[in-house]
Design a protein around this ligand. Structure first.
Ligand code: SAM
Ligand code: SF4
Length: 348
């Protein structure tokens, strides 16, 4: 057992009992994804409706509270934290949280990463590196600026490329994430692969997940990655590799480019049996599974006392409810999402 002693602000020292988190199916929970805001400066068509209603700012945990929550998870065995959203880099003063968490790298925490749309990356890249971040994910669904504007509704392709340039200059390793969208970027995938690998970046393709109401028909967007893979294999030679980043992607090595290509296939292949993750929202709600509605409120325990005992108990109770797997099925009869909340609430 790992006992951690720390202080929060001017509070008395905390002594946290820190039994590692093992769920009812024997999986150790070592990875925390934190959606630091539900807001975003883009409106990707598969992710959000154009007229999204966001949480009132007063409902958000402060960055100090998010730091305390994350620290409780680190004390309980979390080794990797990913900051996501919404768009994490649009949250005011977000670098405060990055710096605080970065200080814990090497003492409990092994890795701090960020998933971003890249729009604000140019101005934050160096500081991210300085805070200890070494790898980031940048979402990019197309290389065509006009199509980019269409899929993000509000995004500026040139700014994202500027962000990628700045991040690489700063020494950050980048993985590109592309959501595979039928009749949108299917034909572009070979170029995206060459682009990513030509710049020393991995590429991961993601199946659309039926989360939250959007304005389009999700069944129209859905492209099974088994089909995409078969199409790509007409041009490229893939070898399955054992590469693991702690996430759900399965990787291949591409002989022609020498780079890695990942597939995240929640619908065609269940990725649940090795799930080591839980997800925290910016209001302190913990989702034990991306594809289920059950959640635990950690905010009450966080705010009730400065001592972490109650918080640890609330986390332990939540982990006993981690389900075996998700329930992603597109309700084709009613065209309803399987999970009502948007991806931006819990982060990708
Ligand atoms: N705004 C940041 C970004 O886009 O990278 C971080 C949050 S975003 C919700 C995280 C990832 O989820 C992105 O790569 C995005 O493409 C993906 N995503 C969003 N909605 C999705 C959906 N319904 N199905 C599959 N992936 C989705
Ligand atoms: Fe914003 Fe990311 Fe969702 Fe696009 S995918 S709308 S960038 S949160």
């Amino acid at each position: 057992m790992n006992t951690r002693v720390g202080t929060i602000g001017n509070a008395a020292p905390l002594v946290a009992d820190a039994a590692p988190m093992i769920d009812p199916f024997g999986r150790a929970v070592t990875y925390l994804r934190v959606s630091v805001t539900d807001r975003c400066d883009f409106r990707c068509t598969y992710c959000m409706a154009e007229n999204m209603t966001f949480l009132p700012k007063k409902d958000l945990l402060t960055l100090e509270e998010l730091d305390r929550l994350c620290s409780a998870f680190i004390a309980k065995g979390v080794r990797k934290i990913r900051l996501t959203g919404g768009e994490p880099l649009v949250r005011k003063n977000i670098m405060y949280l990055v710096r605080q968490l970065g200080r814990q790298i090497g003492s409990g925490l092994e890795e701090l990463t960020v998933t971003t749309n890249g729009s604000q990356l140019a101005r934050h890249a160096e500081e991210l590196y300085d805070c200890g971040v070494r790898r980031i994910n940048v979402s990019l669904d197309t290389l065509d600026p006009e199509k980019f504007r269409r899929v993000t509704r509000w995004g500026d392709f040139a700014k994202v490329i500027e962000g990628i340039d700045a991040a690489q200059r700063a020494g950050l390793k980048i993985k590109l994430n592309a959501v595979a969208l039928k009749d949108f970027n299917e034909a572009e995938m070979p170029d995206m692969l060459r682009f990513a690998h030509g710049r020393g970046m991995d590429l991961t393709v993601i199946e659309t997940m039926p989360m939250g109401e959007i304005e389009e028909d999700r069944t129209d967007q859905y492209l099974p990655l088994s089909k995409l893979r078969a199409d790509l294999e007409r041009q490229f030679t893939f070898t399955d590799i054992d590469y693991q980043t702690g996430g759900p992607a399965r990787y291949v090595r591409v002989a022609e480019t020498g780079g890695r290509l990942g597939f995240i296939t929640p619908l065609t292949h269940n990725f649940c049996e090795s799930c080591n993750r839980v997800r925290l929202t910016c209001t302190g709600t913990l989702y034990m599974c991306l594809g289920q509605n059950d959640a635990a409120d950690l905010r009450a325990a966080l705010r009730s006392t400065e001592y972490d005992g109650l918080l640890h108990a609330a986390i332990d109770e939540a982990i006993t409810r981690k389900p075996k797997g998700h329930d992603f099925i597109i309700d084709r009869t009613h065209n309803r999402p399987a999970v009502a909340r948007h991806m931006s609430v819990t982060g990708g």
